[in-house]
Design a protein around this ligand. Structure first.
Ligand SMILES: [Zn+2]
Length: 243
C-alpha cells in the first residue's frame, strides 16, 4: 500500500524566518481506490481566495502556487480526479479542506463533532478558518461518532478501509479534530494533524499549546514509547518533503 507524502500548501512564517512549513496530505493507494488525508489548498482558492486565505497571505509568506494543489499533484502521478474515491479530514480548517471541490466524486470521511463545529456558530478565533464556501458543491459526507473503540490506548473510530485506518479524536485545536492512524507494510503510522507540530523541530511548548491544543506531550511520549509507529503532523517543515 504505497503512501505518497504531498505538500499541498507551503506557508512560511515572517518570524521566525526559519519556520518554513508545508501541509502534509497523505495519498494512499488502498483496496478501495485512492484515499487522500486532507486536501490542502484547492484550485478554487487559487482562482478566487476566501477572505481568510487572503488574510493568511498577508500574515504569512505563501508562494501560492497552484501546482501544489492535490489535484495537480495527483494528475502528475498519472491519476485522474475520479480515481480519488475517499477523502479523510483531520478537521475542517481552510488549509485542510480547500481542495474538496476538486474531487466532487469523493466520499468525505470525518468525525461528526468536527462537522457540527464547522456548521455551528463560530466560538473562537480559530473558527474563522471555517468557511462554508468550501462545501458549496454539497460533498457526500460520511460522519462518524466515537463508539468507544481503541487504537493502542487512544480512543479511536474505525474507517471502512483496507488496510486498516482509524480516526483518532484529538480535540482542542478544533472541537472535532482527529488524527489518522494507518496500517502500512512496515507497521503503523499516526498522522497527528494539527494536534502536534513537526516533532523533529524545536517548537516552544507554549506555542504548541496555544495553537495546536493539549495533546502534543502525550503524542510525543507515545512516539518515544513506540518507535515502531511513525508519527507525522500536518505542518511538517519543508525539509520533510524535500528529503
Ligand atoms: Zn487547523
Amino acid at each position: 500500500m504505497p503512501i505518497h507524502f504531498l505538500n499541498t500548501f507551503t506557508c512560511n512564517a515572517h518570524f521566525p524566518k526559519k519556520w518554513k512549513t508545508g501541509l502534509l496530505s497523505l495519498l494512499i493507494e488502498s483496496d478501495q481506490g485512492l484515499i487522500l488525508v486532507d486536501t490542502g489548498i484547492g484550485t478554487g482558492d487559487y482562482a478566487n481566495p476566501t477572505p481568510f486565505t487572503r488574510i493568511f497571505r498577508v500574515i504569512t509568506e505563501m508562494p501560492f502556487d497552484e501546482d501544489q494543489a492535490a489535484i495537480r499533484q495527483i494528475e502528475r502521478l498519472g491519476y485522474k480526479a475520479e480515481d480519488l474515491k475517499h477523502i479523510a479530514l483531520t478537521h475542517m480548517h481552510f488549509d485542510h479542506l480547500s481542495g474538496l471541490a476538486d474531487f466532487p466524486h469523493a466520499e468525505i470521511h470525518l468525525a461528526r463533532r468536527e462537522y457540527d463545529a464547522f456548521m455551528g456558530k463560530r466560538k473562537s478565533f480559530f473558527d474563522l478558518a471555517y468557511d462554508k464556501k468550501y462545501i458549496a458543491h454539497n460533498p457526500n459526507f460520511k460522519l462518524y461518532d466515537d463508539l468507544g473503540e481503541k487504537w493502542f490506548d487512544f480512543d479511536a473510530i474505525r474507517l471502512p478501509f483496507t488496510p486498516e485506518m482509524w480516526l483518532i479524536p484529538l480535540e482542542g485545536h478544533t472541537r472535532g479534530h482527529c488524527g489518522v492512524a494507518l496500517k502500512t507494510e512496515k507497521g503503523w503510522r499516526l498522522h497527528c494533524g494539527d494536534a502536534a507540530g513537526d516533532f523533529r523541530k524545536d517548537i516552544p511548548a507554549w506555542a504548541i499549546r496555544l495553537v495546536l491544543g493539549p495533546h502534543e506531550p502525550r503524542l510525543r511520549a507515545f512516539g518515544e514509547a513506540h518507535p515502531e509507529v511513525e508519527l507525522t503532523a500536518s505542518h511538517m517543515f519543508l525539509d520533510f518533503f524535500n528529503d
